[in-house]
Design a protein around this ligand. Structure first.
Ligand SMILES: NC(=O)c1ccc[n+]([C@@H]2O[C@H](COP(=O)([O-])OP(=O)(O)OC[C@H]3O[C@@H](n4cnc5c(N)ncnc54)[C@H](OP(=O)(O)O)[C@@H]3O)[C@@H](O)[C@H]2O)c1
Length: 434
């Protein structure tokens, strides 16, 4: 059978991993497919460095992506640039020229994946985006195929490797957020501007895609409550451990009688749960189905080679579909708006909570805080205080019985104005066993 020709746009981390696998694993890929994947064009702004050794000698090299998407010798375009401006132009132009598209771009697909998919279906081409979430974990295939016969009721994930690395290092070593973040930057796990990772935005894009796939609902990042990890300190891990919990940046999408509650936020999870054992830069997704119950997926969330595997596997799937003449028919994003999975505000969520305080110690503090909680009809579960001799900046924790997020927010707002408070209380939900 004839080769299927690939154009790769973007030769950075993911592009270089993809080209390396396409080159080193070419024979086995051809055996699995029954034909070869041939790189016929590559594009990046600089066209320099070791990555160019992985480009076949006869492939077109260009810094103008239009020469790839217009190219009659390209069947599938791999968009590996990132961002939402040029990448959107690349994807739109590729579809317009009848090329199938593989993308690793979570930001783009979270923002406008459903429109892109509709265009791809109208144009009779194939689209694939496995690498956009959890690099090395084939979670799209799981949700679209593996467990598509189930009705998902909840999906929890650790979807950002950088923040998981930071949290697990703080937990292991007791070092501050600042010093662990600086180390993550030195090791190349965190960007110079770490905001997308530590403030939860990267994980939010990924959750938007996974929740849309899991529930068949139109979900965008704006539907998801997001809170980052910047306020988590070694003492929070100390208290969490005393409660037999740990802390993770938890991405959650769950069906409730009110609708779908979506959040990315640091949360306490029990140490005995499988998600608590996810360490370092690894990712994991745990899915609960109405019929199939629990399934769990674990692997590397990023990196040139794990993400490259996802891109190459997508290229293989799309190439098979091109050869068998089966274009996309149904968008994985939203078949029709089903209504029952309408996103609702996280403020309706009921959970036990962990409140961590730093106060200038004096008599009557607990009574004042208990009074505020009682005024919001919140029941206090326990008060914890680890030994500490800094009376001017004394940490302690109060845990709350199950209550609504709204009530906790109201109480925290009132407490923040108390003159003995060194900073606003930190409120984290305590997730029931996953
Ligand atoms: N890194 C990961 O582990 C990972 C994991 C999963 C998904 N992703 C996603 O994969 C995508 C790529 O990420 P990455 O880490 O590989 O990025 P990267 O290392 O920054 O590489 C981006 C590449 O795109 C090229 N590029 C940028 N703008 C261009 C333009 N206008 N025309 C032509 N080439 C252009 C760059 O060329 P120059 O270098 O010459 O400027 C570079 O080769 C992103 O959507 C990211 O979210 C990444």
């Amino acid at each position: 059978m004839n080769d299927v020709n690939v154009g790769v746009i973007g030769l950075g981390n993911v592009g270089s991993g993809t080209l390396a696998i396409l080159q080193e694993n070419a024979d086995q890929i051809a055996l699995k497919l029954g034909f070869r994947l041939k790189v016929t064009a590559v594009c990046s702004r600089s066209l320099k460095g070791a990555v160019m050794n992985q480009v076949p000698g006869d492939a077109l090299r260009t810094s103008d992506w239009r020469e790839v998407v217009n190219n009659p010798d390209v069947d599938v375009v791999a968009e590996l640039i990132g961002g939402t401006s040029v990448a959107r132009e690349v994807v739109d132009a590729a579809i317009e020229h009848g090329k199938s598209v593989v993308t690793a771009n979570k930001e783009l697909m979270a923002l406008c994946g459903s429109e892109i998919w509709d265009r791809a279906i109208r144009a009779n081409i194939n689209l694939a985006m496995e690498a956009s979430v959890c690099g090395g974990i084939p979670i799209h295939a799981v949700l679209r195929e593996g467990i598509s016969g189930d009705r998902v009721t909840a999906l929890y994930g650790i979807l950002n490797g950088t923040s998981n690395f930071i949290l697990t290092e703080i937990e292991k070593r007791g070092d501050s957020m600042e010093s662990v973040l600086a180390e993550a930057q030195r090791l190349g796990y965190a960007e110079a501007d770490p905001s997308a990772d530590v403030d939860g935005y990267d994980a939010r894009s990924k959750l938007a895609i996974l929740a849309a796939l899991a529930f068949g609902e139109r979900i965008t990042p704006a539907d998801i409550y997001v809170e980052g990890i910047r306020r988590i300190s070694p003492m929070d891990f100390q208290y969490a451990r005393a409660l037999d919990h740990t802390i993770r940046l938890l991405c959650a999408a769950r069906k409730t009688p009110d609708g779908l509650i979506l959040s990315v936020r640091p949360a306490l999870i029990r140490r005995s749960t499988i998600l608590a054992s996810v360490q370092g830069a690894y990712n994991a997704v745990w899915v609960k189905g109405q019929y199939g119950d629990d399934t769990f997926y674990y692997g590397r969330g990023a990196g040139p080679k794990p993400t490259g595997v996802a891109v190459v596997s997508d290229l293989m799937r799309v190439a098979r579909e091109i050869r068998s003449g089966s274009p996309e028919r149904v968008s994985p994003f939203a078949h029709e708006r089903l209504g029952e999975y309408q996103p609702v505000s996280v403020t309706v969520q009921k959970r036990p909570y962990y409140l961590r305080f730093r106060v200038d110690d004096r008599p009557g503090i607990i009574a004042t805080l208990a009074g505020i909680l009682a005024g919001k009809h919140i029941s206090l579960e326990a008060v914890l205080q680890e030994p500490c001799d800094t009376k001017g900046d004394l940490p302690f924790v109060i845990t709350l019985e199950s209550t609504t997020e709204q009530a906790v927010r109201d109480a925290v707002e009132q407490m923040s104005h108390l003159e003995f408070m060194k900073e606003p209380p930190l409120a984290l939900p305590m997730e029931p066993p996953l």
